[in-house]
Design a protein around this ligand. Structure first.
Ligand code: ASP
Ligand code: MG
Length: 609
């Protein structure tokens, strides 16, 4: 008999009729021969309503009382859902998070799950009862047994954690959208439903998918290899399967990792190629990487920072075995990129065959200031100089000198208390049923970012660390960080530019931090709030040359200039002008063949629970 955990979001239990419809679905699952645990959210917009009430009393409610208040929403749903099941003749019982024994940290309003005592649940399941569990809540481990909540949207996390603790065969997330779409259908009506996506891709698409599926839930599913399905409560369509590789066996203690980083990865066999002083206009990156793709060379990191006058630098890394080919392509194309063929000051190729890439990875760094800063300060303390930096949603990668790689890894593993592995994602594509892995699974636009660039930051260990430490202390959450290849001598000392993006609302705070940092000895600070970030994500791009080229060419074909580029193994992000954002998203979504056959989902609503 299979055990299935089903989670229903707020809209799915938003009225008595909907609760009754869900109860029928649950009963049908039982009648088909399964044991079922149901996790529910608060009805409709109940949680928002409770937050509003609290704010009418005080602007600063205590986090403990907020948990006491918000946890009531789910308690209403479990009782009503259980009554609806009983009315259908289905034996069922409701339990709050504390009654189940969902033990969490005592950090109110954002507690992580430590473990789940499943004995009581299992007793009811053996007696053929459906157990209806309140999502989003637990009980702290302290002597006083406090009610805690997991943070907004946390019912998904409750459901996947329960599924992992019970060893369920599957966790199903029921919502009011058909599944996970290739992009936001309000921006690109041709968006279509993904049949399948990997957990790693889902995490990199957090800005697109977080409303449909809580990133912490995805991380648990990945760590425990729990099969996950996101589908509509209103239909029998299969929805989207969220897959994970076969995990290492793992203890159920410390179920949600308390630390933001869960692995240190490295690749000590890379080489760096940089093109310096190439023109800053649409089409240059497309041409360069198009040329590289025709040689079937697979590039790894690609980094382009803020332009300098009319020129820019682009650097990339390749497997060391292919450095000569890559250099030859770059050298051949460089003269063609010069504005005036006679101008020898332009377009120079620089190669370093001895670089290593070290990365930290973890979903816990999403919205968690200071993780990148800790990486940089750890490297600085180990005397490792960072050459280039590129970040994505769940990863920070630095290139360093290859002879410093071991030292860098040891220091990072100690600082973040994690194990180290070479790249781990490589064979996930092979593990997927169905064989064919698309290069790009989805595309996302984040229009709510601002770009900050600092020119001529002294190039010595510790500078990036100090910069991002100060931003973190001011509560500024930094998204994309880029340190490029460009190097200037200022008073005889080398300097580099560092650029990053912050949430638009944090722009002033970031500015203040930088204005106060008069001791850092850097040059001009440039802020541009009118930018947007477009990204593509796909596990298939690890093995496929030419993905970056296709993205850059699609932008060029629409006359869109790329302001900055940063990548991870499975994600490429470009900053463009804010006014180009939706056009850029549409162009890349089309270029990767993601559009639906008959117009996609544009006419459907895309609310979420
Ligand atoms: N009701 C909670 C919220 O709205 C938890 C959830 O629905 O996932 O955040
Ligand atoms: Mg939700």
């Amino acid at each position: 008999m299979a055990l299935i955990v089903q989670k229903y979001g707020g809209t799915s239990v938003g009225s008595v009729e909907r609760i009754q419809a869900v109860a029928k679905r649950v009963k049908a699952t039982v009648d088909a021969g399964n044991r079922v645990v149901v996790v529910v959210s608060a009805m409709g917009k109940t949680t928002d309503g409770l937050v509003t009430l609290a704010n009418q009393i005080t602007g600063a409610p205590s986090r403990r009382e907020m948990d006491m208040l918000l946890s009531t929403g789910e308690q209403v749903s479990i009782a009503l859902m259980t009554m609806a099941l009983q009315a259908l003749g289905q034996d069922a019982i409701s339990l709050t998070g504390p009654q189940v024994g969902i033990v969490t940290e005592s950090d109110h309003s954002r507690a992580r799950i430590l473990n789940i005592r499943t004995e009581r649940l299992e007793r009811y399941l053996k007696a053929d009862q459906v157990v209806v569990v309140a999502g989003f809540q637990g009980m702290s481990q302290s002597v006083d047994l406090e009610i805690t909540t997991l943070g907004r949207g946390g019912s998904d996390t409750s459901a996947v954690a329960l599924a992992a603790a019970l060893g369920a065969s599957q966790c199903e997330i029921y919502t009011d959208v058909p599944g996970i779409l290739t992009t936001d259908p309000r921006l690109v009506p041709a968006a279509q439903l993904m049949r399948q996506i990997t957990c790693d891709e889902m995490l990199e698409l957090a800005s697109l998918g977080a409303k449909v599926l809580h990133p912490r839930a995805v991380e648990i599913a990945r760590n425990y290899g729990m099969p996950l399905v996101v589908r509509s409560s209103w239909s029998d369509d299969p929805g989207t399967r969220v897959t994970s590789p076969m995990p290492q066996p793992r203890s159920l203690e410390g179920l949600e990792l308390a630390q933001p980083v869960d692995a240190v990865e490295f690749d000590a066999h890379q080489a760096k190629v940089a093109l310096l002083r190439i023109p800053d206009r649409p089409g240059i990156a497309g041409r360069l990487f198009g040329e590289i793709a025709t040689q079937s060379l697979n590039v790894d990191l690609i980094i382009q920072s803020i332009h300098e006058g009319n020129a820019n630098d682009i650097a990339f890394t390749v497997n060391r075995d292919h450095v000569q080919q890559a250099e030859a392509v770059a050298a051949a194309i460089a003269p063609a990129l010069r504005d005036q063929p006679t101008d020898l000051d332009q377009a120079e190729v620089l190669v370093d065959p001895l670089v290593a890439k070290v990365s930290i990875v973890g979903a816990g760094m999403i919205g968690h200031p200071g993780v990148a800063a800790k990486m940089f300060s750890t490297l600085a303390a180990a005397g490792v100089n960072i050459q280039m930096i590129s970040t994505s949603e769940v990863k920070v990668s630095c290139t360093v000198r290859v002879d410093q790689c071991d030292r860098a890894i040891a220091a990072l593993c100690a600082a973040f208390q994690v194990n180290c592995s070479p790249r781990h994602q490589g064979n996930e594509a092979d593990n997927q049923a169905g064989g064919h892995t698309p290069q790009v699974r989805g595309a996302a636009l984040d229009p709510h970012q601002a770009q900050v660039a600092i020119r001529q930051v002294p190039d010595r260990p510790g500078m990036a660390a100090r910069l991002f430490q100060r931003l973190a202390e001011a509560g500024v959450s930094v998204d994309m960080i880029i340190q490029s290849q460009r190097c200037h001598l200022v008073n005889g000392a080398p300097t580099r530019d560092i650029a990053f993006t912050v949430a638009q609302g944090d722009t002033d705070a970031a500015r203040t931090v930088l204005d106060q940092a008069t001791d850092m000895g850097w040059g001009e600070v440039i802020v541009d709030a009118a930018i947007a970030k477009v990204s593509v994500v796909g596990i298939g791009m690890i093995e496929t040359p030419g993905v970056a080229a296709r993205m850059f060419q699609a932008l060029a074909a629409n006359g869109i200039n790329i302001k900055m580029i940063a990548t991870s193994e499975i994600k490429i992000s470009c900053l463009v002008a804010e006014t180009d954002g939706v056009r850029a998203l549409t162009a890349i979504h089309t270029a990767f063949g993601l559009c639906g056959p008959q117009g996609g989902w544009g006419d459907q609503t895309h609310a979420s629970t």
